[in-house]
Design a protein around this ligand. Structure first.
Ligand SMILES: [Zn+2]
Length: 358
């Protein structure tokens, strides 16, 4: 009898142990599964943030705060009464600082793989068809034609957001400057971004040509890239010890500054808008590998503007001619003015671009 009792106790004890072990293992599995889910589960963002804490998340939050602060303290000159001279045409738009912050936010979203693809729906297209783009677009961007630099995508922007000028090597010659002036004076974008990019083929070609490794170029390319040559030479002058392709990154940045100087030299409107604080011109370089835009010093924009303002060779509008216009610029402007007046008399009804009749 006692023997049986002991047997029963032993069996109960064994059963209890087995149950305990099974329960323990099962709970162990469960915790591992739930841990695994947290680290590698369905949500890629959670995974990304768990394994690689991202400084850009903090930067984006900071930018949101900056944007709100700037918007609430916007102290740009306001529009004066109707038709009064000196009225700020940008008074109804966001300030240059807010526009830059919006571009920065969009780029961070893009680089993090968190683009929201705004303003691309049917509602926005309807708005585009019925309203002036001047009421909406907030940036003019001069960028390279390179397929690796899709402007709206890298700033996570949509329809009626960005007035885009694209040309190989993001050079700033007459047509590009005219387009930028349109973006400023007619689309009323409070910011102009001159955007270079890493591994730019045009800048690379000029760097190699200047160092004696040039290739034969097609008929019209030399005239396109002649704007880049001074930038490459300046980069080499500033960095005398840097040789070969190592000069390319410096040349890419210098090409942005050269474009800015050209823009200020040839566009009195751009100089006026920046001087009055209506608009801002800013340089930037896009990294085609990481997706990040590096924003160049805004102080340098004003350094270049000051240098150009002191130059006798800058193009000026007629109102300034008495004080500081150089003779060649004045002669060119007068000739253009005469031609324009003749054209107006001949064809007062048309606003079409002039076409050479020959
Ligand atoms: Zn390029």
């Amino acid at each position: 009898m006692k023997e049986n009792k002991n047997k029963i106790i032993t069996i109960c004890y064994l059963v209890l142990m087995v149950v305990t072990i099974v329960m323990f293992n099962s709970s162990g599995d469960k915790s591992e599964t739930s841990h695994g889910k947290a680290a590698h589960g369905d949500d890629p963002t959670a995974y990304k943030e768990a394994v690689e804490p991202d400084a850009q998340t903090a930067k984006l939050a900071y930018l949101n705060q900056v944007l709100e602060t700037i918007a609430s303290t916007d102290n740009r000159p306001k529009a004066k009464s109707d038709g009064e001279e000196g009225e700020n045409p940008f008074a109804g738009k966001i300030s240059p600082d807010v526009a830059i912050a919006k571009l920065q936010q969009g780029n961070i979203r893009f680089a993090k793989g968190e683009s929201t693809h705004p303003n691309l729906d049917a509602e926005r297209r309807l708005l585009a068809a019925t309203e002036s783009q001047a009421n909406h677009a907030f940036a003019t961007v001069l960028a390279c034609s390179d397929s690796r630099v899709p402007v709206e995508a890298i700033f996570d922007a949509g329809v009626m957001d960005i007035f885009t000028v694209r040309v190989a090597g993001n050079v700033c010659d007459v047509d590009e400057i005219g387009s930028i002036e349109y973006g400023l004076a007619h689309v009323l974008t409070p910011v102009v971004v001159l955007l270079g990019h890493t591994q730019c083929g045009a800048v690379t070609a000029v760097c190699q040509a200047v160092q004696g490794h040039g290739h034969k170029l097609e008929t019209n390319i030399p005239k396109l890239i002649d704007n880049i040559e001074p930038a490459v030479k300046k980069a080499m002058e500033i960095n005398p010890d840097v040789k070969g392709d190592d000069i390319i990154p410096a040349a890419i940045e210098e090409n942005v500054w050269t474009a800015m100087e050209e823009l200020f030299m040839k566009s009195p409107t751009t100089r006026e808008f920046v001087s009055k604080g209506y608009a801002m011109v800013v340089g930037a370089v896009y990294d085609i590998g990481t997706g990040n835009v590096t924003w160049l010093s805004e102080d340098k924009t004003f350094e270049i503007l000051t240098k150009v303002e002191a130059s006798k060779d800058k193009v000026v509008i007629e109102a300034d001619s008495a004080k500081e216009e150089s003779e060649p610029a004045k002669a060119t402007e007068e000739k253009a003015q005469e031609e324009e007046e003749t054209e107006e008399q001949e064809a007062p009804q048309t606003e079409e671009p002039k076409v050479d009749k020959a």
